[in-house]
Design a protein around this ligand. Structure first.
Ligand code: ZN
Length: 213
């Protein structure tokens, strides 16, 4: 028996004999079960869906196995990509704004003690690196957030001029408090190019990146 054959599951006694409970074997795949009578490994490979009876080569004990068709592999990218995979893809994306030289803006709702949330926005500057962080006069950021769960000068966004538009290069520089882009945690030093409607979550604050209209 080769090492990569999978154990299908435990056998259990029923009225008419033994079955493998709960699990089904996929057609065309090789499995083994442990003979409930003598402990021998019984290797088998189902050929059609529905079910089959496997017989122990040592003691001839029969065990019923449910079988089903194998999973048809779809395009992996659309089928099994989860949010973190999407984010990885996102990181590698160097997308230039297809809307010409539109600049970018950040939108968020500011928290002030005892007040309702106040909508705020900031237009990213092209002449320098923009910073986002906790409000602190000794260590100021362009976007100052009154949020104790945000690090000082935590994130930078650099507007990079390219032939056909701007790129918005975001980098986490200080993340004693975690920073998430579209739900995916960013590590320090990682560079991501922002796209329209991306959300940056830091502390209790959520900022949305938008291309200027
Ligand atoms: Zn046996």
């Amino acid at each position: 028996m080769t090492a990569n054959i999978k154990l299908l599951g435990d056998t259990t006694k029923v009225e008419k004999g033994y079955i493998v409970k709960g699990k089904s074997a996929r057609v065309g795949h090789e499995y083994y079960i442990i003979c409930p009578k003598c402990g021998e490994n019984i290797v088998f490979k189902p050929e059609k869906e529905g079910g089959m009876v496997v017989r122990c080569t040592k003691c001839a004990q029969k065990v019923a196995v449910k079988t089903k068709l194998p999973v048809v592999k779809q395009d992996v990218k659309t089928d099994t990509v989860d949010e973190s995979e999407k984010a990885k893809e996102h990181k590698g994306t160097v997308r230039i704004s297809d809307s010409g030289f539109k600049n970018g803006e950040l939108h968020w709702k500011a928290r002030m003690l005892g007040c309702p949330l106040i909508p705020k926005s900031y237009r990213l500057r092209t002449d320098r690196i923009n910073t986002i962080g906790r409000q602190d006069s000794s260590c100021p950021s362009d976007v100052s957030l009154q949020d104790d769960y945000v690090s000082r000068q935590s994130v930078t966004i650099e507007v990079v001029r390219q032939e056909v538009g701007f790129q918005f290069k975001m980098k986490v520089v200080n993340a004693s408090n975690p920073v998430f882009l579209n739900g995916s945690r960013q590590s320090i030093g990682e560079t991501v190019y922002l796209q329209d409607n991306d959300t940056i979550r830091m502390g209790r604050s959520v900022l949305t990146f938008k291309l200027s209209k």
